[in-house]
Design a protein around this ligand. Structure first.
Ligand code: FES
Ligand code: FES
Length: 158
């Protein structure tokens, strides 16, 4: 069954036509060119495909297009235009929190969600905030440090 599904993508109203059972991840990448949304496990386990849907972090591989109707979706492509992204980007680079970079967009979206809800997280809060995101190469200590640094240096942004 083909349907027209409208939603807000990175601040812009868009309409997509297709099956409501299609994966949001594939639609974002293939129909809208948001290739910063990475395709890892396709099972909701790695967080590489994380986006923010109506203010909540979701794994877009687990979201059917029917559920995206009328929602507001922010991907790394939209988030990278913000000062908060710039603060996280700087902190990830200076803490050495990026190696291959595959997990980084999802980590950044998780960090944004965490800091939105808690601008002054302690280490435990950060570890919980990124617990749905896997990194195979950098190691979590540098990522946790980067998010703590972004929170400190970006004081007032969240
Ligand atoms: S690709 Fe979606 S959680 Fe891994
Ligand atoms: S930097 Fe390679 S998976 Fe995280």
């Amino acid at each position: 069954m083909i349907q027209k599904i409208g939603f807000i993508l990175n601040g812009e109203a868009v309409v997509w036509k297709g099956s409501p059972a299609a994966r949001l991840l594939e639609v974002l990448r293939e129909s809208f060119g948001n290739t910063g949304v990475k395709c890892g496990c396709l099972e909701g386990e790695c967080g590489a495909c994380a986006v923010i849907l109506d203010g909540k972090l979701v794994n877009s591989c687990m979201v059917a297009m029917g559920r995206a109707a009328d929602c507001e979706i922010i991907t790394i492509e939209g988030f990278k235009k913000t000062k908060r992204f710039a603060a996280l980007d700087r902190a990830f680079a200076s803490a050495g929190a990026v190696q291959c970079g595959f997990c980084t967009p999802g980590m950044i979206m998780a960090a944004e969600c965490l800091l939105r809800g808690n601008p002054h997280p302690n280490e435990e809060d950060i570890r919980v905030g990124i617990s749905g995101n896997l990194c195979r190469c950098t190691g979590y200590n540098a990522i946790v440090r980067a998010i703590a640094d972004a929170a400190e240096e970006g004081e007032g942004l969240w």
